[in-house]
Design a binder for this molecule. Sequence first.
Ligand SMILES: *Cc1c(COP(=O)(O)O)cnc(C)c1O
Length: 413
Amino acid sequence: MKLAAYDPDVSAALDRELAREREGLELIPSENFVSEAVLEALGSVATNKYAEGYPGKRYYGGCQFVDEIETLAIGRAKALFGAEHVNVQPLSGAPANLAAYSALLKPGDTILGMDLSHGGHLTHGHPVTFMAGIYAFVRYKTAPDGTLDYDHLRTMALEHKPRMILVGYSAYSREIDYAKVKAIADEVGAFAMADVAHIAGLIAAGEMMNPVPLFDIVTTTTHKTLRGPRGGMILCKAAHQKAVDKAVFPGLQGGPHENVIAAKAVAFKEALEPAFKEYARQVRKNAKVLEEEFLKRGYRLCFGGTDNHLLLIDVTQRGLTGRQAQHSLDSAGITVNKNAVPDDPRGPMDPSGIRLGTPAITTRGMKEGEMRTIAGWIDEAIAHHEDEATLSRIKGDVKVLTDRFPLYPGLSY
Ligand SMILES: *Cc1c(COP(=O)(O)O)cnc(C)c1O
């Protein structure tokens, strides 16, 4: 029985979600729109199959076809990133990080990671997480000019003698000098780990530097700039293959989600195409245009600007908080998220900044001209954040714009 006939409640909610995605301007930098081919693989019969283990070494019968699928995903991921070994089973970015730590470290070991208000992720040792109780996290920060402070990183590494140095962020907008980080890790005898969850697509396309050939271990999500299904992945040196595979299964997970792995394989095929390189180039071009437009209007951009797909903007000097800005932009049909700025004096529920990025709107086909229009609307919504009439007028304008960039034409639930 078809979904709409059997369950009109879920079907109607899905239709409303589809309309929301179509009509709004999606600027959350961790979001994207997968292709119809990826959606199809995700909703496929591979969801029915138990396949604990790895291709050729499973604990269940009948795995020959999901073996084919998982082998394709692994081979394509290796080609994309130049990896010696890849594990495509992590269920998402957070479990991939936990698996990476548990593969290489013992409980109590020290991890040197970036201060969370400077762009680090919760799974890099925020006190509210389980891993913060297992490992001893110490932190480095960015320099006042917004760049990663490698001298400070080295000083911290020499002082704390970590077993692992961790780079890769959620709200940081600059390039990372992986060779410098690797040299510091080597000097103190630490593993070098990068979490490229946000920028994996830009790395795969050659738009940003690739830590995979250099580092011990690299984790990523597959659903952000890489534009695949919601999921995770670990890439590592051959020397860590056994430890990583054991950490994922049976260390932390049970049966892999082979439907998601099928969708990952499809997304990796797409990312190997020349068109994806063009996409990633446009993602960065679009972010640069937003940077220009905001600087022109006198905004304070954290880290001084952007090298990647995202911008972190301190809005407090415009007379409102991150939460208020997010709320007003929501009313204007523009989705961003409130975010802490480096050393934010405000709390996480109402921080000083907003974070926005270009991966999703670039997938829809928007280019430099649209970026200039969008920056103008954001500025207007921030300036008139208490004026419902202005916000709802912008929402109407946003709808006119997004109608010109169809999303999943013909799809309904
Ligand atoms: C998004 C993100 C994660 C977590 O990914 P989930 O799929 O949400 O678990 C981990 N690390 C970084 C740097 C991220 O940006």
